[in-house]
Design a protein around this ligand. Structure first.
Ligand code: GAL
Length: 435
């Protein structure tokens, strides 16, 4: 989301109007009746924009709703469908420009700074300091949540993006004995699955899903250092390098293993193909595990999880978070603090992340009740933070400011969709988008 000057100015004007205006004109009241018992405090309506609309996601969002309502507030659901959140961000911008932002919104990564730089965010530093978030959170996460040293966003989880999901029955039928660890092994397995009559790779042909697969291929082919140079630092030499040529060639080869109905399919309908035994593999972040969980499946039985080929020593992180908008109403400000506190609570972190497929964002959270995929993710998160294998997901808005990430995403999707586009031309377009 690039704030053009007019958009920025409109936002500031809208915000000033909100901050100074009366949110609701008080209705004229009749002469006060004889004093009765003190009325119960009004429940503050907390409108929350998010894009968690799939089965697993909706169950997770319901946990947050329940926790906020237990604190005496009313959750006003502002769910905008569309995986990856592009639709939600478009709707959020229009609400903000009209001077009527929601109480809170699912916004993450560098986009948080853009909203903060427009002066639109409420500080939740009072909660963060009281609850010592700096000690609770990994520094790499805390830094993303702050603007000028103050917390302006509450982190919800840590998703790992570089996962490969599989249906063990489909693999067995095809004679695939183990989860592929390299891209060469992947294509051998995919050929066997194709020959056995199933779809080898379940893929949803939407730009953010293409980008999600692409970033795992770059990570697997080039490793975390190359990934960082090419897709975080946007180094032109890395983008033009033979390693990127190899990654794009590998990425294109995957297309031959997808099905003809892939274009436009939502990510969770794509996961359903693996759940239903129609497809062998899916490359997707671990919100996909939320779909297996919602379908009552357990890792090692109904599905398998493994790092995408070549990425076992790397971890593309994607941290969901909520920003709170500056609102005049003191009750709304209190509710925002309660929402932030609920999000970081141990009990919420436990139940939400078990449903969402992610791992708790609090350091040292006891993983005993989590499944083996989550335990592997938690271990790898710590290990890769030490080894340098922990990298921000560009496809999920953690690495590069939204407008530039979107332009690169479009170049990648053009390459995926247009078989006549050469690898060299794709590298040029990615480099141009990355400028
Ligand atoms: C990601 C988001 C996840 C999940 C996924 C699919 O960007 O961080 O929480 O919503 O998109 O929509």
């Amino acid at each position: 989301m690039k704030f053009t000057h007019t958009f920025g100015a409109a936002l500031v004007a809208a915000l000033l109007a909100t901050a100074c205006g009366k949110k609701e004109e008080a209705a004229p009241v009749a002469a006060a009746p004889a004093p009765a018992a003190a009325p119960a405090p009004a429940r503050t309506s907390v409108e929350v924009l998010h894009y968690w609309t799939s089965g697993g996601e909706a169950k997770s969002a319901a946990e947050l709703k329940a926790m906020l309502e237990a604190k005496g507030h009313e959750w006003k659901d502002f769910a905008v469908a569309g995986g990856g959140g592009d639709n939600a961000m478009t709707v959020l911008k229009s609400r903000a420009v009209s001077g009527n932002p929601p109480t809170a919104a699912q916004v993450k990564g560098p986009a948080i700074q853009e909203w903060a730089n427009e002066g639109m965010l409420a500080s939740i530093d009072n909660v963060a300091q009281a609850e010592k978030w700096d000690e609770l959170l990994p520094k790499v996460v805390a830094d993303v949540m702050k603007s000028n040293g103050n917390y302006v966003a509450a982190p919800v989880n840590v998703h790992r993006v570089n996962w490969m999901w599989a249906n063990p029955e489909v693999l067995k039928q095809a004679g695939v004995a183990a989860m592929p660890k390299t891209w060469d092994e992947f294509f051998v397995a995919a050929d066997k699955i194709k020959k056995s009559g199933n779809v080898a790779l379940a893929h949803g042909g939407q730009n953010w899903q293409d980008f999600t697969v692409f970033e795992s291929v770059v990570l697997g082919v080039g490793g975390p250092e190359f990934y960082t140079n090419a897709l975080v630092k946007l180094d032109p030499a890395a983008i033009a390098s033979p390693t990127m040529t190899k990654a794009l060639t590998t990425f294109r080869k995957l297309k031959g293993y997808t099905d003809s109905a892939s274009t436009g399919r939502d990510w969770n309908m794509t996961t359903a193909m693996v759940i239903g035994g129609k497809a062998g593999f899916q490359f997707m972040g671990d919100w996909a595990k939320g779909e297996f969980t919602a379908a009552g499946q357990k890792p090692g039985e109904g599905f398998l999880c493994a790092a995408a080929p070549g990425t076992a020593n790397a971890y593309t992180f994607n941290v969901d978070s909520f920003i709170m908008f500056k609102l005049k109403d003191e009750a709304a400000q209190k509710a925002q603090g309660d929402l932030a506190s609920a999000i970081l609570s141990t009990e919420f972190q436990e139940v939400f992340n078990q449903n969402k497929g992610s791992i708790p964002v609090r350091l040292g959270h006891d993983m005993a009740k989590f499944d083996d995929c989550a335990k592997l993710s938690a271990t790898d998160f710590v290990e890769t933070a030490k080894s340098g294998g922990l990298v921000p997901s560009i496809a999920h808005g953690m690495a590069v400011e939204p407008a530039k990430a979107g332009a690169i995403q479009d170049a990648v999707t053009q390459f995926w969709n247009d078989d006549k586009l050469s690898v060299a031309e794709a590298q040029k377009r990615i480099a141009a988008a990355a400028k």
